[in-house]
Design a binder for this molecule. Sequence first.
Ligand code: AMP
Ligand code: TRP
Length: 337
Amino acid sequence: MNETDYGKSRKRVLSGIQPTGEVHLGNYLGALRQWVHMQDEYECFYSIVDQHAILGEGDPADLPARTLDMAISLLAVGVDPERCTLFVQSDVREHVELAWLFNTVAPVGDLERMTQYKDKSQRYDSTPVGLLNYPVLQAADILIYRADAVPVGEDQRQHLELTRDIARKWNARYGEYFPEPDAIIPEVGRIKGLDGEAKMSKSLGNTVSILADEDEVWGRVRSAVTDPQRVRRDDPGRPEVCNVFTLHKLMTDPSLIPDIEEQCRFGTRGCVDCKRIFAESLSRRFAPFRERAEHLRAHPDEVRDVLEAGAERARAVARETLDEARSRMGLCWRSAL
Ligand code: AMP
Ligand code: TRP
């Protein structure tokens, strides 16, 4: 693509992440690494979705700090405000208005079938309607930028399918306007936690933070579960069932992998030593993230400026889409009469 095409012909991307307070290796490998790479090729909009986060149990007094921390983590891993638009969802109020418009076409039955809704609604005595509508707001987040592609983790596939359905239903009624965005899901799929069993997830305590320092990394990795059949140091191991080996393949210098595999298989290197190499790989990969995060923590005004400028750019696009949607739905009555 030549210089003059840049920005005009590029396809558009939107993705969102909740301000959870910690970005872990699963988020990074499952979604964020993709966000960073896509900046080269696409026009990217990245949103910290605080209006989704208010469905959780977190203390509202903590939310602003979690939002800022998430912005710092995103910038630290390489989300680059020179090459994308990074903003906070609640700064662009047009999303919630479009979500209401989409509520008029989104089928209740489909929303009730969402796995995340079925799981999470069991935690409530009285389920808030926002939990059911969560994917409708997500569809608005995406479609308000008329995004072509959405980089997300495996667990969001179903929500993306629903976004496509909403676009299709709305277009059928009000005329072709919204694209049906593709989910871009990394091949790694779902990253297992350090327990070697469940999905890596903050709520399960099986994570390692991408901002962990060397000691913290080793503190987490030393207890990671390997091949459960390998009891003694020189027992032969099965790298194909070992989660640490899977993670090695994703994070360790590829030239070291054949040796790591062979030494496991023949029992010539114990699991603790193998985990040490893994911890070193992580610390090395995380070092530049930590450095950038430290700088940004010391300069929160820089982060604020990035989010402010991002919100402004996002708002301009969002407003245009919302105006068109409102008009096609008969809501711009003054100019129509
Ligand atoms: P969450 O932390 O659940 O809000 O997820 C943020 C993003 O990271 C989403 O795109 C998820 O699909 C992705 N993600 C979270 N945990 C994992 C995991 N263990 N493996 C792969 N992707 C994940
Ligand atoms: N539901 C997503 C998650 O839990 C977060 C999200 C909200 C999102 N809006 C989005 C992801 C739009 C992609 C696009 O991870």
